[in-house]
Each structure stands twice: as structure tokens, then as C-alpha cells.
Design a protein around this ligand. Sequence first.
Ligand code: 8GT
Length: 327
Amino acid sequence: MILPVVAGILLNGRGGYLLAQRPPGKIMAGFWEFPGGKVEAGETLRQALDRELEEELGIRVNCATPWMSRQFDYPHARVVVSFFRVLAWSGTPQACEFQKLSWFDPEEALPEGFALLPANLPLIRALSLPPVYGLTRAHELGEEPMLAVIDDACRRGLRLLQVREKFWSAVQIACFVQKIRQRTQPWPLRILVNGDPELAQRTGADGVHLPARLLEILKGRPDLPWVGASCHSRTELEQAQGLGVDFAVLGPVCPTQTHPAAHPLGWPEFTALRHESPLPVYALGGLTGLALNQAIQQGAQGIAVMRGLEDWAEEKIPSHLCGQESV
Ligand SMILES: Nc1nc2c([nH]c(=O)n2[C@@H]2O[C@H](COP(=O)(O)OP(=O)(O)OP(=O)(O)O)[C@@H](O)[C@H]2O)c(=O)[nH]1
């Protein structure tokens, strides 16, 4: 039997997230978790979330979006935990069940020996993934205009970039990575190189972004700090998961100039595939910054944008998508 569980990740607008320590008397007492609990008979996941967070923290959830779900076998039960990002609530979180509460920064590693419920480990890494993943097209725009676009996007909140220059040599890409680093020095931008892991390693990037064709060839996770993967189907999402990548990019969701012949998935298909995968999934294909809200509502990690990076209409990433500011 699988035990359905919901858990809420309260986000405080600066990227911080709330953990609770399971109180004495509960199974796995002393372990840290996201507030939540078992779904009761007849409840929807959202109803269960609202009830659990009211019982445990004394808050009313005003805005929560589905995120990832994970199945895990504990000695006491097989659980499937549906995690929600909780972006707005009323009231101040309190320890209503005598649990310890603490806010954490996703950019900082948890303390040595920290007892986190094991099903939650990949979530902590995923929490440091930003809502927008930019893709370069310097081969079309030219290097200098592309650098200007990246610089401008960083000012508006871009923190993750894929250098996708498929026709360039390793030397050219390495040089471009260097230039991006110099230009974006004030911001903590992570740079992934599209291609094979060896190429990414040679360019000094923070990670590799695997094209779909490599997913069935590679035997294991490349030895780089960050690994993303391009996926277009359930099979590719499963291959990416099998390799242990950090996140997937799924698309095209809408018609796109980059792959005019590709059949767009549309939002319903994207949402169904995203729901089946335990990975954080970015939506890709014909999207602009305006689609970010919709993508997050559909449970995506965010959006991956190429042309959208230049057309990004918003001043910056809307603050209501980052969590509650007043905490
Ligand atoms: N609440 C919560 N449970 C989680 C998380 N991750 C995870 O694996 N679980 C597992 O999901 C199950 C939740 O059960 P629970 O004991 O918290 O449920 P509950 O609040 O309804 O407790 P109760 O039955 O004592 O009232 C446990 O087996 C727990 O180990 C998480 O982040 N939050």
C-alpha cells in the first residue's frame, strides 16, 4: 500500500525555506522535514495541505503551487510525498505541535550530519534552482550583443545560463564562458555548457547540459557539479532520471523558431509529463517571461528561454513567484 502525503515548502521571498523537526513520539522523531502529513480519505492534495499547515503551523495558505512528488520506501511505509511550493499565507508560522522550526538558505549546505528525511534530499538541491534558465544564441546574435543580453538579464534576476553554441569549437566556447564570467561578475550566475561532459569540463563551466541524444548513450551521471538534460518525451525524462541529472528541460511547449518542425506538446501534455517525473522540470519552447506565472502554476521549476531572454518584458522576476516577502 502506498501512503499519500503532502508537504509544503514555505518560501520567504529571499529563497529561504522552512523546515520542521519531527517531535518526540512521531515515527522518525528528530528528523527534519517540510511541514505536512498524511492525506485523509476524501481530501484533495490541496485540501490536505491547507489542513496540515493550519494544524502544524497555524497559518492559512493563500497561494501554493504543486511542485515535485517522490515515492520512497521507509521501513514503516511506502510513501508518495506531493510537495507544494507555498508562496503566500496568512499568519506567522508557529510550532503548534512542539516541533522545532527553522529557516534555511538553499545556497548554503545543511550542517554536517543534519538529519533530513531521506526522501527530501533531492528537494534541497532543487530549491537552489532559479525560475528562469537562459539559453545563448551567440552564433546568431554575435558575441558582443549576446553578452549585453546576458548582462541585462542578470540585472533582472537571471542566475542560470546554458551556453548552447553547437557549432563552436571547445576553445571558442571556453573563451565565451570566460567572457560571460567577467561580464556577470557581480551576480552568482551558474553556467552550463550544452554538449558532452568532456567538452563542458574543458570549458571550465559549472556543469553540463546534456542533449537528448546523449541520454541513452551515457552510463552514469557526468562528474560535474550541475547536470541538466533536454527531454521531449516520457522516455527521455525517465532516462534523465536514471542518470541522476539535477533537472530536465521539457519541450517544446509552444511552437518555436528554433525547431519549426517539432510538434509542440502544449501545456496539458507538459503538465501530465512533469507530474509523472520526480525531477524539477523547466518548460521550454516559444515562451517569454510572461509564461513564467503559468509554468509555475503547472508545477514547472520555471521556464527556459532563448529568444525570450531578449524579449523579457518584465522588469524582473515577479516577486510573488519567489515567496512571501514579509517573513
Ligand atoms: N510531513 C512530511 N512527511 C514526509 C516528508 N518527507 C517524507 O518522506 N515524509 C514521510 O511521510 C510520512 C508522513 O507522515 P506523518 O507522520 O508526518 O503524518 P501526519 O502528520 O499525518 O502524522 P500523524 O499520523 O502522526 O498525525 C512519514 O512517513 C514521513 O517520513 C516531508 O517533507 N514532510
